[in-house]
Design a protein around this ligand. Structure first.
Ligand SMILES: [Fe+2]
Ligand SMILES: [Fe+2]
Length: 243
């Protein structure tokens, strides 16, 4: 992707990685997620005649603040990301896009739910939700367990059935977002959610029959996410062909 060769975008990646090394994100929401969402957003922007550079940058910064503090592996983060973004953009020489990028990443879901999302906000939401996978869901579950254990509380997720209960509620919220989105490419996000839903329910069925062991499957998913993140932070920009 030519955009990723522009010096200010290379700078931006350097700044993002430096920020993440000092402020580690929760598993499943690291540099790998940011790069993939940026690339999805870039593609969707081209297909929808929107500004692909703003879309890419918004994707790269949309979850810059994601510490594992929420009980479900999730915490309110949109406003904090919008506050952090300007200084990173300034240090990268991208002052000219600050206002547009901040407008896109602030409330990147909620505006759409209330029906007032801009095309770029819709693009970011689809780019983000297209990136869902069973491994990432399990990574959130693991992060939530770690957080609760560190606080002396009982971990929330001890089997697939527990994870499904929360995921189904999260999926209902995503479906409310999807019903308000009109951009080209929405089907990618719907497909990702359907696949994650089917995968989770499949493993829950195996679990009931004693054919799937939660801890083993979760640990493998977590290890895959950890390895991906480590490799990317060492290798630099993820090329569009390798993700
Ligand atoms: Fe987010
Ligand atoms: Fe995200």
């Amino acid at each position: 992707m030519d955009l990723e060769k522009q010096p200010e975008i290379v700078n931006l990646h350097t700044q993002v990685k430096a920020y993440l090394l000092i402020n580690p994100p929760t598993l499943g929401h690291g540099y790998n997620h940011l790069c993939k969402v940026a690339q999805n957003a870039y593609r969707l922007a081209i297909d929808n005649d929107a500004n692909e550079k703003v879309a890419y940058i918004a994707g790269l910064l949309h979850d810059i603040y994601r510490p594992a503090k929420g009980e479900g592996g999730r915490e309110v983060h949109e406003d904090v990301c919008a506050e952090i973004a300007p200084s990173i953009l300034e240090s990268s020489g991208l002052t000219n896009v600050i206002d547009e990028v901040v407008a896109v990443i602030r409330n990147h879901d909620e505006d759409i739910i209330s029906g007032v999302g801009t095309v770029l906000q819709q693009i970011l939401s689809v780019a983000d939700k297209s990136e869902l996978s069973l491994d990432r869901i399990m990574a959130y579950g693991w992060a939530s367990n770690q957080h609760l254990t560190a606080e002396g509380k009982i971990p929330k997720y001890s089997n697939f059935q527990k994870l499904i209960e929360d995921f189904d509620a999260y999926r209902a919220k995503a479906n409310a977002v999807f019903s308000r989105i009109a951009i080209k490419g929405l089907e990618e996000a719907v497909r990702a959610y359907d696949k994650a839903y089917n995968d989770l329910h499949k493993f829950a069925e195996y679990e009931k029959k004693g054919r799937a062991e939660w801890n083993t499957i979760m640990n493998l998913a977590v290890q895959r996410e950890v390895n991906k993140e480590k490799a990317l932070l060492q290798d630099g920009i993820v090329s569009g062909n390798t993700v």
